[in-house]
Design a protein around this ligand. Structure first.
Ligand SMILES: [Zn+2]
Ligand SMILES: [Zn+2]
Length: 414
């Protein structure tokens, strides 16, 4: 009898550890990193990070950390997109199943609002470089290590190693990477299409694959686009932005994508003390579910948010800006033709507006800065007392194409 409490305790502990679901409940909250954006009149505004890594390829955290970070940032959709062919930790974290990170993340997010989607990074030298397939059904079918190509793979490695002696386990990683590279990207993308995946070109401006930092379409990319195997392009990746990629997207009807591509910790990459956030893609969906979000991506309904900038096609940026900014009247100053107004910013992004209205202000020049989730008051010299006025602003922190800032008008009842 005496032993009974001890036995119960042991069972209780092992029950918890055996059935642990990977949920992280005890991290200190730290600084508020919440990102928030209003819905538009027509669509729900869904925030996504569609390109991240964990220890199941070359990242350095377990997938449940990715989930906890996404929740901390108030992100709606997370994809963990492991390199299928580059698996530097495989010796110490052996796994046959390339869906493992997804399974772990999905488990950690169960019962919460976070939508976790299955994705993979198809990893090639240029061309075509790295390509993400998301909403995949089985990542294992997207890569192949064909041992028949082993002599060719060894040649590739020798070329790269340039005589350097590599440890055995690193050799195995490189061998698989080289074998994976020899499996044609076209075949991988055909399988992605077979699984009805949404596919985008990653970091086309990456210095390691484009030494001048210029994103350029290769004939191979053109072929993928023509065959409807490539649907989007990253114009933003981690801390980088590419005007060339932005133009490629607009000229080739590709979805504009911005992602963190995080490998370590979001908190290390983005300094919350300086109000930095990871880049995200806003997706304008009819409903808050996987099918609707996927449909929106295929329809190119996206806006990238990066370093307090919005980047997107005007048909999606304009309604978003209309929802982010709301203007109301506080009435005329007594005995004057000066109208007091309040401009509210309903987003977690700092907004910078240039006044293009026919009126100017009694208490400000033509540049209006509105803090995140904040407001400013202004005094408009309307010259006579009016029932309503039209105010027109250029949004200096929004882009509808490289260097093009959208202009939005607001009618204000006085
Ligand atoms: Zn990559
Ligand atoms: Zn990546």
């Amino acid at each position: 009898m005496k032993k009974f409490p001890f036995v119960t305790m042991v069972l209780f502990i092992s029950y918890n550890s055996i059935f642990a679901d990977g949920k992280i409940e005890s991290y200190k909250s730290g600084l508020d990193r919440t990102m928030s954006f209003p819905d538009t009149e027509e669509y729900l505004t869904i925030s996504t990070d569609l390109h991240t890594h964990s220890v199941f390829s070359d990242g350095h955290v377990w997938p449940n950390i990715r989930v906890a970070e996404a929740q901390k940032d108030n992100i709606d959709v997370l994809a963990i997109t492991e390199h299928l062919e580059y698996q530097p930790h495989i010796m110490h974290i052996p796994h046959e199943n390339r869906n493992a990170a997804y399974i772990e993340a999905k488990r950690a997010a169960s019962g919460t609002d976070l939508i976790v989607i299955n994705g993979s990074e198809i990893t090639r030298e240029m061309p075509p470089g790295h390509i993400n397939a998301i909403f995949v059904k089985d990542a294992n079918k997207l890569y192949k290590f064909d041992q028949n190509f082993l002599p060719e793979a060894k040649e590739l490695i020798e070329e790269r190693a340039q005589g350097a002696e590599l440890p055995e386990e690193q050799m195995q990683v490189l061998e698989n990477y080289a074998l994976g590279n020899l499996y044609p990207a076209l075949e991988a993308l055909k399988e992605a299409k077979n699984q009805e995946a949404f596919v985008f070109w990653n970091h086309p401006m990456w210095g390691s694959q484009a030494s001048d930092g210029i994103a350029r379409l290769d004939d191979m990319h053109r072929e993928f686009i023509t065959k409807d195997l490539l649907h989007g392009i990253e114009i933003v990746n981690t801390g980088t932005y590419s005007e060339e990629a932005f133009n490629i997207a607009l000229e080739n009807n590709l979805a504009l994508i911005g992602t963190s591509d995080v490998h370590d910790l979001i908190e290390w990459d983005y300094d919350a003390h300086n109000n930095e956030h990871r880049p995200i893609t806003l997706v304008f969906a009819k409903e808050r579910n996987e099918a609707s979000i996927k449909e929106a991506l295929f329809d190119r309904r996206t806006v990238v948010v990066f370093k307090d900038r919005f980047m997107g096609r005007s048909q999606y940026i304009l309604p978003l800006l209309k929802s982010i900014i709301s203007i109301s009247s506080n009435g005329y100053r007594e005995g004057t033709q000066i109208l007091k107004i309040e401009i509210r910013n309903n987003s977690s992004t700092y907004m910078i507006l240039e006044n293009l209205s026919e009126f100017n202000f009694a208490d400000s020049d033509d540049l209006i800065s509105i803090p995140k989730n904040g407001k400013v008051t202004l005094q408009v010299k309307t010259l006579e007392v009016l029932n309503n006025i039209d105010l027109k602003f250029k949004f200096l922190n929004a882009l509808t194409s490289p260097k093009e800032h959208p202009v939005v008008s607001f009618r204000v009842s006085t």
